[in-house]
Write a protein that binds this ligand. Structure first.
Ligand code: S3P
Length: 166
């Protein structure tokens, strides 16, 4: 058995879909950001504050590498995981890669009350999300085996669509 890897931007629903999918398939659910926080004992914003984005990306790459040596997990990744080519290579070989797509409006709605995302602590989160989308959408597509539009598909439909392909 292989893994299911959820990729996509902040607010696409990777953690929510991942938890439900894992329950549905009776598989363990792992969230790479939570795993980084567990290993370091501090929050993602604290890692950004002390080590910068580069420090965070180094930790993220190490965690992805470790988690991909497991079998039969549902893995939710951070929105920027595709920025490093070595992560893209690793994830493409790690299992079924599912790109959860969401419009910027949906992303904004789902992330607006959240203080846990350093990249959105800006005067203009919409402009930030739009810029990230332009850079990252082609990278998500590059490694995706399946793309699910979470604007159109409700949670149950998304879970079933992924489970059918697994
Ligand atoms: C990031 C997304 C976050 C987290 C970190 C950086 C990004 O994860 O990894 O704040 O670069 O898009 P979520 O996509 O789960 O919010």
């Amino acid at each position: 058995m292989t893994n299911i890897i959820l990729i996509g931007p902040m607010g696409a629903g990777k953690s929510t879909v991942g938890r439900h999918l894992a329950t549905y398939l009776h598989l363990p659910f792992v969230d790479s950001d939570k795993e980084i926080e567990r290993r370091t004992g501090v929050s993602i914003p604290t890692i950004f504050e002390y080590e910068g984005e580069t420090g965070f990306r180094d930790r993220e790459a190490a965690v992805i590498d470790d988690l991909c040596s497991r079998q039969g997990i549902v893995l939710a990744t951070g929105g920027g995981v595709v920025m490093r080519p070595e992560n893209r290579t690793r994830l493409a070989r790690c299992g079924l890669v599912v790109y959860l797509r969401a419009s910027v409006n949906t992303q904004l709605r789902r992330t607006s009350r959240d203080r846990n995302r350093p990249l959105l602590q800006t005067d203009n989160p919409r402009a930030r999300l739009e810029a990230l989308f332009r850079t990252r959408d082609p990278l998500y597509r590059e490694i995706a085996d399946l793309i699910v539009d979470t604007d159109r598909e409700h949670l149950r439909g998304t879970v079933r669509a992924i489970a059918r392909r697994f």
